[in-house]
Design a protein around this ligand. Sequence first.
Ligand code: ADP
Length: 493
Amino acid sequence: MDTQNLVARLNSSGLLRSQCLIGGKWTEAYDGKTIPVHNPATGDVLVNVPCMGGQETNDAISVAYEAFLSWSKLTAAERSKRLRKWYDLLMANKEELGQIITLEQGKPLKEAIGEVNYGAAFIEFSAEEAKRIYGDIIPSPLADRRLLVLKQPVGVVGAITPWNFPLAMITRKVGPALACGCTVVIKPSELTPLTALAAAELALQAGIPPGAVNVVFGNAPEIGDALLASRQVRKITFTGSTAVGKKLMAGAAQTVKKVSLELGGNAPCIIFDDADLEVAVRGALGTKFRNSGQTCVCANRILVQEGIYEKFAIAFSQAVQSMQVGEGFTEGVVQGPLINEAAVQKVESFVKDAVSKGAKVLLGGKRHSLGMTFYEPTVIGDIKNEMLIARNEVFGPVAPLLRFKTEEEAIRIANDTDAGLAAYVFTENVQRMWRVSEALEYGLVGVNEGLVSTEVAPFGGVKESGLGREGSKYGMDEFLEMKYVCLGNMSSS
Ligand code: ADP
């Protein structure tokens, strides 16, 4: 694929935006500073974009506040219609959006288009759910009173998102926020801002009013500080690292904002002796190698019971070996590059640590001959839960296998972490499915299934993996305040 031609084509489609969006206006940084956006597969600069900071963010907050005053007053039906239109436009442009995702993030085009379907589904779901934000009427203990509960939008939302799902991490925040009547200032990752800008362009085309969706990026800490300090921003919703999430949570205390956090995971994937081997291999492959291992719900530790360990290790390694690695536009490729050099170095250091402590590389274990940030799909056996790779998210295409004997031991190892986002269990025993699912200290559990994310189910973690839920009817509450109204002097006679 000729990248330059593709960039030129996307440019003429009007979707490849290279300025930030404030109050409906495409805007440069006030001091003219720019930063490059790279194609991780080639290292080429795709385009230069503004490097914004606190001043631009404060302006984006002001226009979002102005827009909130009118957007929140629209009927739910009207907000729903515009969200539905945005969904239609996202779907109508899914090839182009997929191409932008592959260009700036590296994932294979088919997977990128899959992300567009998944990401757009949050907008569709939000359009539908906008009409179902019900209040309540409470039977009054006093005859002359009527007690009501109203649900109202929290206000301006600051949405900070990572690079691994450049579209879906935005739509699962912005969809429900807009549906509830909130307006947003989005701060996408500086590594993947182009998808966010394309989505924002389509939001404008859909009739989402100027100022309701703003996009700024550049100096992340400065932008974060401005969002945190503002009294007009009433909610921070964040997906990213646990370290940054903790900083944001502490910062939000200044003005006591609502906070939702989707932070790092350390997902166990437990394969019991009684698992269906084929189902377990397929499931573990899906959850481990999606997006080259760069998702927070990727299996980080594959716990395999001793009776099935050897058989699983062989079948799994064979399946991993057949995965084609390469640039995301090449037909048949299922593993793209890692996002940057730092990501590869992290993977290398974890593999080195594991091997130095007795783990055995069963497949891969080094950089790919393609160079750049490509890494060989890797399987490592004899991992111990004390090793770095089992304590931290590897965020790369490395599958560490840990051996265990009993169900109790598997649960103990699985829960022996500060993280609590996703866990996976493979077993054919129905009682065990229930027992283990209930015992796992995780927000999501996949039983005989490695891909569990959907817009209709609540996504989120426990422990240090975060606060709040995204998607589903439960995700709407994150953007709503409850107001109790007591009507007095209501005697009927
Ligand atoms: P990752 O390792 O996945 O990049 P980060 O937590 O570093 O995770 O990044 C997630 C998002 O948080 C990105 O948009 C990044 O720019 C942003 N970010 C990083 N540091 C800060 C900060 N101090 N304040 C606000 N946002 C930040």
